[in-house]
Design a protein around this ligand. Structure first.
Ligand code: LLP
Length: 412
């Protein structure tokens, strides 16, 4: 396979027959993952940032298959919890390439991560508060430490994912020097970290550049001098068909230019690695004409893909029926089975007259899709399979839903 990555993958670019066959074999709703596309995106990032370290923000998609693919491609792992650290280590990321970014870390996360470090996993812990340094010191941790700084500049596709200027992330910029010094007293101070937000593209990239410049200046000031500076992730991907793809090479160039310091540059994208490597398949379960719009009921909803309900996010929806050309286009509201008004996957979508039993694809669903799925309304989470039909995550069953209750499993 070629390492030259083709443009972002739209629902229309997936092989319809293959998707139909997968839906037939595994049922719906179903996430389909293309590991080869994950690999290509990882390789492309490494090529765009040849002198930098590229770590994958694991939270975008933590399935074992994705993690193994990304680790194989030579990326490191940026982890948001002990659970993510465990998955990253188990999937084969070398511990030296694993960073745990502790955001208001629960005591149990710190306990686990320090245990694994003591077992010989030489990972890095990023602290966003002086208190976390103390909590690590109390546990006897004296390993690699990175300090997350609040850069005071944020950007993102939605206010809810604009992190750079939110006070809960990172130590205040004017306290950074002091906290880095404190980190050096506790363990080995090795790095600085900041993250602007998620889904950054277009003019907002100037916020990313401002962050990079601020961090480069800081890196030259703090003592001891940091080995690396992670300037976060956030690279946007196009979700609308008409959006231009992110010019990754231009972003890399601008980042390099703004990064005027001696430390090693680190970037940690999540979405960019996996977003276009996933598609969600869902079946039409009811079609209801109403004034002005056809309500298309589907078996995937906000419990399957939360992004539209949570961020008003757009995902392209396409009919995979064979005879779409013979049907007249209709304005549609595509809604899931959950009893909430927010359970809408797409509004004002023009689809070829949908019919019960049709298969729809929901595009660019590889990042923060399965990952944010829940069992609300007692809906078992969907399966994830590869394009080749390998099971990545099996479908949850009704028995799974009660397994964790004190008398769980009684039904089996
Ligand atoms: N680094 C840190 C410290 C982060 O908090 C995040 C994302 C990333 C890197 C990766 O950002 P990315 O490259 O994926 O944009 N659920 C939301 C996105 C939340 C992102 C949270 N942090 C969504 O579906 O849009």
């Amino acid at each position: 396979a070629s390492d030259a990555t083709p443009p972002v993958r739209r629902p229309a670019d997936w092989d319809t027959d293959r998707l139909q066959a997968l839906a037939e074999a595994f049922g719906t709703p179903l996430y389909v993952l293309d590991p080869e596309r994950v690999r290509q995106n990882a390789v492309r990032l490494k090529r765009a940032f040849p002198d930098a370290t590229v770590d994958y923000a694991v939270k975008a998609n933590t399935t074992r298959r994705v993690l193994e693919t990304v680790a194989d491609a030579g990326l490191g792992a940026e982890c948001a919890s002990a659970g993510e650290v465990r998955r990253a280590l188990d999937a084969g990321f070398p511990a030296e390439r694993v960073r745990y970014t502790a955001v208001n870390p629960p005591a149990t996360d710190l306990d686990s991560v320090v245990d694994w470090w003591r077992e010989g996993h030489d990972l890095t812990v990023t602290v966003g508060a002086r208190d976390t340094l103390d909590a690590l010191a109390e546990r006897g941790y004296d390993g690699r430490l990175c300090v997350r700084v609040n850069p005071g500049v944020g950007a993102g596709h939605h206010a809810k994912v604009t992190t750079g200027d939110a006070p809960q992330f990172g130590v205040p910029f004017d306290r950074a020097t002091e906290v880095c010094g404190a980190a050096a007293d506790v363990g080995a101070f090795v790095g600085l970290h900041a993250h602007v937000g998620s889904g950054v593209s277009g003019e907002e990239l100037s916020a990313h550049e401002a962050l990079v410049a601020r961090m480069a200046t800081l890196a030259d000031e703090v003592r001891p001098a940091p080995e690396f500076v992670s300037v976060g992730g956030g690279f946007g991907v196009p979700y609308h068909r008409e959006d231009p793809p992110l010019d990754l090479e231009a972003v890399a160039e601008a980042t390099r230019e703004a990064f005027d310091c001696d430390a090693r540059l680190v970037v940690e994208p999540g979405r960019y690695v996996v977003a276009d490597a996933g598609v969600l398949l869902t079946e039409v379960t009811s079609v209801k004409p109403t004034d002005g719009t056809t309500v298309v009921g589907v078996d995937a909803g906000m419990t399957t893909l939360l992004r539209p309900a949570m961020y008003d996010a757009y995902h392209e929806i396409r009919s995979l029926s064979a005879d779409v050309d013979d049907r007249s286009p209709e304005p549609c509201l595509v809604a899931g089975p959950v009893c909430e008004t927010s359970d809408v996957l797409g509004e004002k979508r023009v689809l070829p007259a949908p019919e019960r039993g049709d298969l729809l694809s929901v595009g660019t669903a590889g990042a923060y899709g399965y990952e944010m799925a829940s069992t609300y309304n007692s809906r078992p989470r969907p399966a994830v399979v590869t394009l080749d039909g390998d099971t990545v995550v099996r479908r949850e069953t009704l028995a799974d839903l009660t397994r964790l209750e004190s008398d769980g499993g009684a039904a089996e």
